[in-house]
Design a protein around this ligand. Structure first.
Ligand code: 3PY
Ligand code: MG
Length: 248
């Protein structure tokens, strides 16, 4: 079970470093995982070009390294969540969580009865000697708080049993709060919203992360006390390197 890589980083009371992969090529995952300094790889199945077949290849590409593999998905789709977990992913980051009820549905999709609604898949869950119920409890569950409704209900979202923490989507949250789109934000109303979300999570003993597109902003968020930071986002990293490749 590779969710332990991320959890052991948290157990050391420090932030976990995510490599955010949106380009649907397992070779990128191999490069990111092989870099050796990421605790988890996130496969962006919401806004990236990663479908289920590619996700499986990416998972296998990561398998040579001690790294946790998560998928960011667009909704609390229990069928997709069950499929991803059966495929061997360690957890899910679910976009646009608006309420505790939605957070409960996400957790339920990752747990077997009587705790949840996940269907028992013989191949993955039936590995001899493993306890499927215990393994399901190790699945990492991170709803995204990235809307005015999510912000309003953040206390009840983070209180849901089985939610490990929340991830802030600064772009969608800014749009929803009327501050427009953007990343790596420093506007005061946005920072106030970020602080409120992080403090709510920490009050419940849960984790809080925030998306970033530059290593500098990720470093800043680590210093501010976030538990999940994004020092590498493939598209932005490639764009930044392309910008320095013009010779004249
Ligand atoms: C956002 O900024 O809204 C995100 O979801 C980042 O991935
Ligand atoms: Mg978003």
């Amino acid at each position: 079970m590779t969710s332990t890589h991320l959890r052991s980083r948290w157990d050391q009371r420090t932030y976990a470093r995510l490599a955010w992969v949106s380009i649907g090529d397992p070779q990128l995952v191999e490069l990111a995982a092989g870099a050796g300094h990421f605790d988890a790889i996130v496969l962006d199945m919401q806004h990236g070009t990663i479908d289920q077949a590619v996700a499986l290849q990416c998972l296998r590409a990561a398998g040579r390294w001690p790294v946790t593999v998560l998928a960011r998905i667009a909704s609390d789709d229990a069928d997709l969540i069950g499929w991803l977990l059966d495929a061997g992913l360690d957890g899910v980051i679910v976009a646009m969580c608006q309420s505790a009820q939605m957070a409960q549905r996400i957790v339920a999709a990752t747990r077997y009865a009587p705790e949840g609604t996940r269907s028992y898949g013989v191949f993955r869950a039936g590995t001899p000697g493993s306890d499927p119920l215990a393994a399901a409890r190790e699945v990492i569950v991170i709803p995204m708080v990235e809307s005015a409704a999510g912000l309003q209900h953040v206390d009840s979202i983070v209180a849901v049993d089985g939610v490990d923490g929340v991830l802030i989507g600064p772009g969608d949250l800014g749009l929803s709060l009327g501050h427009g789109v953007g990343q790596n934000r420093t506007e005061l109303p946005m920072v106030a919203a970020f602080d409120a979300i992080r403090e709510a999570a920490h009050r419940q003993g849960k984790r809080c992360g925030i998306f970033a597109t530059t290593p500098d902003y990720a470093r800043q968020t680590a210093a501010e006390g976030y538990d999940l930071v994004v020092p590498w986002y493939d598209s932005a990293a490639i764009k930044a390197s392309l910008a320095t490749s013009a010779l004249d």
